[in-house]
Design a protein around this ligand. Structure first.
Ligand SMILES: *Cc1c(COP(=O)(O)O)cnc(C)c1O
Length: 361
């Protein structure tokens, strides 16, 4: 590559500048961006083999703070800044606060975070704190935190940036645009983990918009997967005490309930639950087979796909996208559980000893 060509190599501009004309945000809103989006769509040989179809992973852990939350956050923080906000608040299971804190830092806004006490993965907490957020732990669950965040935004001068803020979905729908742009059309099926249900709603919005504009000829069947202990969209009833190791989807009363049901019904899709054991097994298999390390919640879509295949669902000849929502480095403690001591083989400085320990001959 010549020097001149290198200099002209395009750098992804972030989801607002890449798709501004398709987003409903106030005209002239300056983008507060960390160049989020433009994430990899990785072909999974493993899952393609199992389905006898074509399976792509939308790897959202590739975003600047390690989860898809950055897509919505660039939009929400940009608009909050445009509107003159000085402080922003969110309730979070971890990733929203990590993302909000980073974008607030970039924008010069004061970030305030409400999280359920003791239920946040260490990596996410470190992000929020290092980016300068005031972190308040609440003796309650995510749903309690969200109610409090709404109360604060109502009564005090702070802007709410949870996905009840419609601007968040405007940013998040860009993932659907990217998938269609890359594949040349929408896939047959789209599978993903569901917690507060903002993401599935945003994807459906994005796919619908591309179809309306003639940029896609079809829309996918949407299949959402929840953890068994936090599966309100599966049972149709809120879970007062949601419980799962997949903390990012530990939500009992999804804010985007209605939109998520519409996505299911309009696409001919479904919601299903998977157990924590299935989720953690899928996380490990994904890491081993595809080299993609995701946090537990992010593996719920893959766990769901494996469950459906075991139950006889056929995806033969079909094209699937599975969103893996966040990076594995966020929560290494949960990932390593069940593996015993981290390093269980210790040898002297001796090649033969290492070879012997490794079973090489
Ligand atoms: C937020 C989040 C989810 C759930 O997304 P919703 O929009 O709340 O349904 C899933 N996985 C990860 C890693 C998340 O951060």
């Amino acid at each position: 590559m010549s020097t001149a060509t290198r200099a002209r190599t395009h750098q992804w501009r972030g989801v607002i500048e890449e798709y501004r004309d398709l987003l409903e945000i106030p005209e002239g809103t300056a983008a507060v961006t960390l160049r989020e989006g433009g994430t990899a769509l990785v072909h999974s040989e493993w899952l393609s083999g199992l389905t006898r179809g074509e399976v792509w992973l939308k790897v959202e852990g590739d975003n600047p703070t390690g989860s898809f939350k950055d897509r919505g956050m660039t939009a929400a923080i940009s608009v909050a800044k445009h509107d003159g906000a000085e402080a922003v608040v969110c309730a979070s299971t971890g990733n929203t606060s990590a993302s909000m804190a980073a974008y607030a830092a970039k924008a010069g806004l004061k970030p305030l975070v409400l999280v359920p006490e003791g239920k946040i993965a260490a990596g996410k907490m470190a992000q929020a704190i290092l980016h300068g957020a005031q972190v308040i732990m609440v003796r309650g669950n995510f749903d309690d935190c969200l109610a409090m965040a709404k109360g604060l935004a109502w009564d005090y001068p702070v802007a709410l940036v949870n996905s009840v803020n419609p601007v968040r979905l405007e940013g998040q729908k860009t993932a659907a645009f990217e998938i269609c742009d890359f594949l040349g059309d929408a896939p047959d099926y789209h599978l993903l983990p569901v917690g507060n249900a903002g993401n599935i709603s945003a994807y459906w919005l994005g796919y619908g918009q591309y179809a309306d504009l003639g940029l896609a000829t079809r829309k996918p069947v949407m299949r959402g997967f929840q953890a068994e202990g936090a599966a309100p969209l599966v049972t149709g009833e809120p879970f007062p005490d949601p419980e799962t190791r997949a903390t990012a989807i530990r939500i009992g009363n999804p804010a985007s309930w209605k939109l998520a049901e519409a996505a299911r019904d309009e696409s001919g899709g479904s919601f299903e639950s998977v157990t924590d054991d299935q989720i953690l097994a899928a996380q490990r298999e994904l890491a081993c087979h595809d080299g993609v390390f995701v946090e537990p919640a992010s593996a719920a879509g893959v766990a769901g796909l494996l469950q459906q295949l075991a139950g006889g669902t056929s995806y033969a000849g079909k094209q699937l996208v599975v969103t893996v929502t966040g990076h594995g480095l966020k929560d290494t403690a949960t990932a390593l559980e069940g593996f015993g001591p981290l390093v269980d083989t210790v040898v002297d400085v001796d090649v033969t000893a290492a070879a012997e320990a490794a079973g090489l001959r």
